[in-house]
Design a protein around this ligand. Structure first.
Ligand code: HEM
Length: 267
């Protein structure tokens, strides 16, 4: 037990030191007005904003406050997309016809190109891949639930939940609820066609949560997923390992207890 605690603390130290290095390097660049510092660039990025932010009394954020924000972004931004991409690849391996359609769309967008590097304008052209990604996030739900605590008494359908009550919002459950979705256990990318999306309730598909604290990185995440999946499917064929079935582990981020094993071959 103590060994595990030690391991967690040691790993936290490593993660903190990575974040601190990034922060310190940027602070030095800002102090020395190096070319990478904000004034020489067109846009401020997230770290510039944190490092230069001041409150109404002219006080900036402490090192620890900045590191906490950087940690949040590192983890919210990494494990989530890694889970989404891995589970979507699993579905593409399972449904070869869908993988073929993704490939056909990519081939038509990349026709006559020398490389398979996607251009910014290509991202919006990949409509079928977008539907596959959304269906993957409905079915596998990379963040399967979120939690809240009531800060004041809350009434719902005649019942009062006292302040302090903890609640879980089960997005995975919602995404598989038969009263909300037709054939929820089937993988059907077409349910996310433009016409079908227009008819959906705005709270029936919420992989990035909803409301004022929804995911800050959702547009970035969708683009990252598209670019990575496009490149992978364009270069490799993914097939299931017939001897392996991943066992979903509903944690803060959707994992597999026994990994996701796929067979990968060059195209
Ligand atoms: C498939 C990928 C992703 C999924 C499924 C996802 C999902 C979510 C969800 C469900 C929340 C709400 C959490 C809650 O209400 O308790 C959230 C919040 C957040 N996400 Fe994401 N996320 C993804 C990618 C990203 C990326 C790439 C970034 C940053 C680069 C990011 C940054 C954040 C941050 C900072 C919050 C907290 C926002 C706040 O509390 O106001 N996420 N995300």
């Amino acid at each position: 037990m103590l060994g595990n605690v030690y391991k967690v603390l040691k790993n936290c130290d490593l993660v903190h030191s990575v974040a601190e290095d990034v922060i310190n390097n940027r602070q030095t660049a800002l102090d020395n007005q190096e070319p990478s510092a904000t004034s020489a660039r067109k846009y401020l990025d997230f770290l510039d904003i944190l490092l230069t932010a001041k409150d109404e009394n002219g006080k900036g954020m402490t090192q620890l406050e900045i590191r906490n924000e950087v940690d949040t972004f590192l983890f919210e931004g990494h494990d989530t997309t890694a889970s989404a991409i891995s589970w979507i690849l699993y579905s593409l391996a399972k449904y070869q016809d869908i993988q073929e359609k993704v490939l056909a769309e990519l081939n038509s967008v990349l026709e006559d190109r020398e490389t398979d590097d996607l251009q910014w304008n290509d991202v919006n052209k990949l409509e079928y891949l977008t539907m596959v990604i959304k269906e993957g996030m409905r079915d596998h739900c990379p963040v399967p639930f979120i939690q809240r605590q009531f800060t004041k008494d809350f009434e719902l359908e005649g019942k009062t939940f006292p302040a302090g009550t903890s609640v879980s919002i089960q997005m995975f459950g919602l995404h598989h609820n038969e009263t909300v979705w037709e054939k929820p256990m089937e993988f059907i990318p077409e349910r996310f066609s433009k016409e079908n999306v227009a008819k959906m309730d705005s709270y029936q598909f919420v992989p990035f949560s909803a409301g004022p604290r929804n995911c800050i990185g959702q547009h970035f995440a969708m683009i990252e997923e598209k670019i990575i999946l496009a490149k992978l499917v364009h270069r490799y064929k993914f097939e299931l390992d017939p001897d392996h079935t991943p066992k979903k582990n509903v944690a803060a981020v959707m994992r597999s207890d026994n990994g996701i094993m796929l067979r990968i071959s060059n195209r």
